[in-house]
Structure formats: C-alpha cells, structure tokens
Design a protein around this ligand. Structure first.
Ligand code: ADP
Length: 402
C-alpha cells in the first residue's frame, strides 16, 4: 500500500481532510481532499481529486449516530480500499493555539494532549474541536504518529515588546500576552514570496489574511514581527462574525449594564458581531457585495471592514518602518477584487497604486509599476501542515536509525 499523510482540520460538526503522497525529497503532493459535514446529524462525505473532480460521495441517515470518531474510522478504511490502496503513516492536525510552550510542531503524546487541553480557555471556540480528532486517533489508532501544527507558532519570532499588553506583570506570567493566529497561512505565504518577487522575500511585507477569520501580519525578511490578532482570535480586524479589537470597557458594559452572562457576552463577540453584526444580513462577503449598491447596512459593514484593514495596515507599516509590498490572501483576499481595490485606494499615502485590469483578473501582481507592490497569493495552510508533519516524521525516523 502507498504510504500517505493525512492532514485534518476539525470544526464542531465538520472534518476537513487532505491526503498527501510523500515523494522522496520533493514537496508533499496533494492527491485527495474532502470533508465530512453535518457530523452528529445527517452526515455527508465528499472527496475530490487534486484538480477538484468529485471522486466519491456518501450520506448517512440522521437516525444512525455518525460523529467525528465514525468519520475518522471511515476515512482510514476508505483510504485502504479506494483505488491504489493508501495507508496513512502519520496525521497532521491544525491546532489553533500552541500557547507559550509550543513554538514549533510537536509529536502528540498523552502529556502533550493534556497541555493542549489546558489552552482551551484561550481559544474556547476552536481548540476543543481541534483536539477532538487527536484524542480519537490516540485511542483508536494507537501508534499512529500525530503531529500538532499551530496557528500561533509562526509569531514566536516577534519581539517581547510586540507581544506585551500593558497589564500588570502577574498577568503576563499567567500567559496573558499577544500570541497571534493564522500562522500556518503566513508561513505558507512567507515560503512562496521568493517565487513572486525576490525583493519581497527579503523586504517589509504586510500580509492580509481575509477570510471568515481575518488578520494582518507584518513580515520582515519572511518572519513575523507584528500581527493584529492578540491573546484570542477575537482581536484585530472585524471578521465574518467576530468583532475584532474593541475597548475592553464594552465587555464590562455587557456584563454589568446589559446583564449578560460571560458565556452570552462571548457568544455575541464571537458569533454575532463583525460583518454579520454590523450588516444584520450576512457574514458572507459575496452576499454583502451583491446588496451593497442598494442596502445601506450592507455598505456600512463593508466600509467598516475596509476602514479597519486600512488603519491597521498603517499601524503595521509603522512597526516595519516602511513597506515594500502587500499580499492579499484567503477567501475575501483571493476573490473579492472590490475589497482589494478599496484597501489599496486607502493606501495611496504609502505609494501603492492599483493596476485595475490585473486586479479584476486576480493578479498575481495587482499594483502598477512604481512604488511598493501588491499581490494576490492563494494560501495553502494544509500544505504547511503536510510539510511540518513530514519533517517531524523524518526527524523521528532519523532518531530511530541512529
Ligand atoms: P475560513 O476563515 O472559514 O477558512 P475562507 O478563507 O474560506 O474562510 O473565506 C470565507 C470568506 O470568503 C467569506 O466571507 C466569503 O464570502 C468570502 N468569499 C469567498 N469567495 C468569494 C468571492 N468570490 N467574492 C467575495 N468573497 C468571497
């Protein structure tokens, strides 16, 4: 059987997976990708080849329990039967929070699982779902190497000053600091900058990861020096349903004056705010764009999103001491030419000018000739997890051989 790596990204009712061949010395090669959705209800499995053609599909009746565990066991058995029979030799997981302890990918064992569980309060809406498949594999497939790859790790290069809040020292000692997220995406962008423009790889670049979750990262020579997200994935830019940076006083107002419980306040900030909260319509940029010409609420939500991005880019340019380029990535960054155009219009002061024709067709270069450059680069977080997993596996094998 052909050995493969599985990359998993688990949500509350979904499990996304990608399957990579491990070719000697070369980049891991994507063979299949798919997802289970509706887990715990009427579950659906869909798998496509690397080019996007549907290969297989299945639905389970909501009467039969089909959760994350059933999905994982189904995936392993499906892999062993489908076409050339592939056997997973390691599983790489996306884990949103690595805290202070994990500044690089880690081989999972019982002690690591416990340390990752202790980080749940720092990412209450993501971390528990990320850990679910790790626990299942640990129990059901003992001996299968599992590598946890973190969204926070890429930002560990930041200076102490960039990572501090102006809070009492005891709080810093308890781990209250800026961590930053979307690091797997920034790692990917950093790794491919040289293929687009060698000067960018050495220079000062702001990367705008604009998806359902959104943040910015300042790269200098390819490493993170500042980012908009902080202690939790709530900070920084407004997002699909998250508020982004707000005055902490608002939280006290919600608790004291509005009498919300901490859980209710948390739900408002994570799931009812952002583009959805401001528009009252949708968290989906496509929907908002389709209504923006006639609906003031849709327009206001987009305007606030763009205004905050532009202001925060100004802050990162100050942190970098200038700018050589900007990169747009993730769902909105890669697909929404209007958002890119509006952000670049707000950055004329930094010498950025838009090449409108290139922007309409998705670039990759969307700036005109002089001054800092602007780019559209599709992100690939799963490939970074596959790279990290294979490199950890290689290190383990070397250790065993020596
Ligand atoms: P996630 O953070 O869940 O991975 P994505 O990176 O998939 O999110 O981004 C989702 C966002 O991308 C949504 O707001 C969606 O509306 C937006 N998006 C996707 N395709 C387009 C498009 N063609 N035009 C505008 N927005 C788009």
């Amino acid at each position: 059987m052909t050995p493969v790596l599985i990359v998993l990204n688990a949500g509350s009712s979904s499990l996304k997976f990608q399957v990579f061949d491990m070719l000697d010395g070369a980049e891991p090669r994507l063979v299949w990708k798919g997802l289970y959705e509706g887990l715990g209800g009427s579950a659906h499995f869909l798998v496509k080849d690397a080019g996007g053609a549907v290969l297989d599909e299945m639905t389970w009746d909501s009467g039969d329990w089909f959760g994350h565990e059933e999905a994982l066991m189904h995936l392993v058995s499906w892999l062993s039967q489908f076409r050339e029979e592939r056997k997973p030799v390691a599983i790489g997981h996306r884990v949103v929070h690595g805290g202070e302890a994990f500044s690089r990918p880690v081989l999972v064992n019982e002690a690591v699982i416990q340390r990752l569980e202790a980080l749940v309060p720092l990412a209450p809406l993501h971390q528990p779902h990320n850990l679910e498949p790790i626990r299942i594999v640990h129990r059901r497939l003992p001996g299968m190497p599992q590598i946890a790859c973190f969204d926070t790790a890429f930002h560990q290069t930041q200076s102490e000053i960039a990572s501090l809040f102006a809070l009492p020292r005891e709080m810093r000692e308890r781990g209250v600091r800026r961590y930053g997220f979307h690091g797997l995406s920034y790692d990917y962008i950093s790794s491919v900058l040289k293929d687009y423009d060698s000067r960018l790889a050495e220079g000062r670049v702001v990367v705008a990861h604009l998806g359902n979750g959104a943040s910015l990262c300042a790269l200098e020579g390819g490493v993170s020096v500042a980012t908009t997200m902080g202690f939790s994935a709530l900070d920084g830019l407004p997002m699909g349903t998250r508020c982004g940076a707000i005055d902490a006083g608002v939280v006290f107002f919600m608790l004291r004056e509005m009498k919300l419980t901490p859980e209710e306040a948390e739900r408002v900030l994570y799931t009812k705010s952002g583009l959805l909260g401001v528009s009252g319509i949708s968290n989906d940029m496509r929907v908002l764009r389709s209504k923006a010409a006639t609906d003031v609420d849709a327009r206001r939500a987009i305007d606030l999103f763009v205004y905050r991005i532009t202001r925060e880019i100004g802050s990162l340019v100050a942190a970098l001491g200038g700018i050589d380029g900007i990169v747009f990535t993730a769902g909105i960054g890669e697909n929404d030419a209007a958002t890119r155009a509006e952000v670049i219009a707000g950055l004329a002061w930094a010498g950025l000018t838009l090449d409108e024709a290139a922007n309409r067709t998705g670039g990759p270069r969307i700036s005109s000739q002089s001054g800092p450059t602007a780019w559209v680069i599709p992100t690939n977080e799963e490939l970074v997890i596959a790279r990290q997993t294979r490199s950890m596996l290689g290190a383990m094998q070397d250790k065993l051989a020596s």
